[in-house]
Design a protein around this ligand. Structure first.
Ligand code: AMP
Ligand code: FE
Ligand code: FE
Ligand code: ZN
Length: 293
């Protein structure tokens, strides 16, 4: 592609998966944009869990910093005890089906958290719902990392990782499920809202069972556009197999950091997506546009 006219340049650094405090990251959306800029990224996507709540602040910061911003989200889906995370890029955040689904998902996380807190305190690990809500902050999607932070604050564990290893791991004694759409339904909703659905880290272990190949096939038939392949929780074998699956199903592949601030070791920009794939995402989207400085 020619430089100048086209917004896509060879060598552009593009990270399409990051979290702010509006879900379980530790940076504000504005701080996240600054971090992305300092890391030398040209394009960053904000993909908080189950919410578009950070978009406005990120947009303002992106304009200020001269950063290209892809507005997105990561929708928690599940089937048969296996959790599937679905990235949705550039959907219309006011699309009724999407709004309803996200609201349902976020609301369900409140009683679920209360039950996890109760189980822990019953077993003598001090933590209260009030404290977890306080840590999460108003309007952010409540998740296990906030409960982990409360356990850290109370001296029960040293860090988030220990909290997950000892208490919060999926399907463990303190794990409680919450409402999540089926992955095929997730793909349909993102598409209905004019967004571009990409399955996040489908072969990452420690998330219950990995997504099955037949489920990926079903999702592709429903309109899945891509697979996140380069992600630190997928090893070389997993990535190789995912590339083959993407080829078979006619899907593009992405690479991203899944940065969570200090909440995880993932460094922003540690994996990136090719400019041609970013161009495809922008072409396919009809919900909202990419923010360019
Ligand atoms: P939830 O959606 O409430 O079930 O929480 C899932 C979130 O926990 C994921 O999005 C991850 O960001 C985070 N998570 C999972 N495992 C770990 C871990 N070992 N350390 C820190 N965060 C984790
Ligand atoms: Fe997360
Ligand atoms: Fe995820
Ligand atoms: Zn993520």
């Amino acid at each position: 592609m020619d430089s100048g006219v086209s917004p896509y340049r060879e060598g552009m650094r593009i990270d399409l998966h990051t979290h702010s405090r509006v879900s379980d990251g530790t940076d504000t959306p504005a701080e996240l944009i600054t971090v992305a800029k300092r890391a030398g990224l040209d394009v960053v996507a904000l993909t908080d869990h189950d919410t578009a709540g950070g978009w406005a602040e990120a947009e303002e910061a992106a304009r200020h910093e001269g950063m290209t911003l892809v507005r997105g989200m990561e929708i928690s889906c599940a089937r048969d005890q296996g959790s599937v995370h679905l990235l949705g890029y550039l959907p219309d955040p006011d699309h009724p089906e999407l709004v309803e689904e996200l609201q349902h998902a976020r609301e369900g996380r409140i009683p679920r958290m209360r039950r996890m807190v109760e189980r822990l305190s019953t077993d003598g690990y001090p933590v209260t719902m009030e404290q977890v809500l306080d840590i999460a902050g108003d309007g952010s999607t409540l998740g296990r990392p906030h409960l982990a932070d409360a356990l850290v604050a109370n001296g029960v564990v040293a860090d988030r990782q220990e909290a997950f290893d000892r208490f919060l791991f999926k399907n463990g004694p303190y794990y409680v499920t919450h409402y999540t759409p089926d992955p095929v339904r997730g793909v349909e909703i993102v598409r209905a809202a004019g967004g571009v659905p990409v399955v996040a880290h489908p072969f990452a272990p420690e998330r219950g069972k990995p997504a099955s190949e037949s489920l990926l096939e079903e999702m592709a038939a429903a309109g899945l556009a891509g697979i996140e392949v380069r992600h630190r929780e997928q090893n070389a074998d997993a990535q190789k197999r995912l590339v083959e699956i993407a080829d078979q199903l006619g899907l593009f592949i992405t690479g991203s950091s899944d940065y969570h601030g200090t909440g995880k070791v993932n460094r922003i920009g540690e994996n990136t997506t090719d400019p041609e794939v970013f161009a495809q995402i922008e072409d396919l989207a009809s919900g909202v546009g990419v923010i360019r400085p």
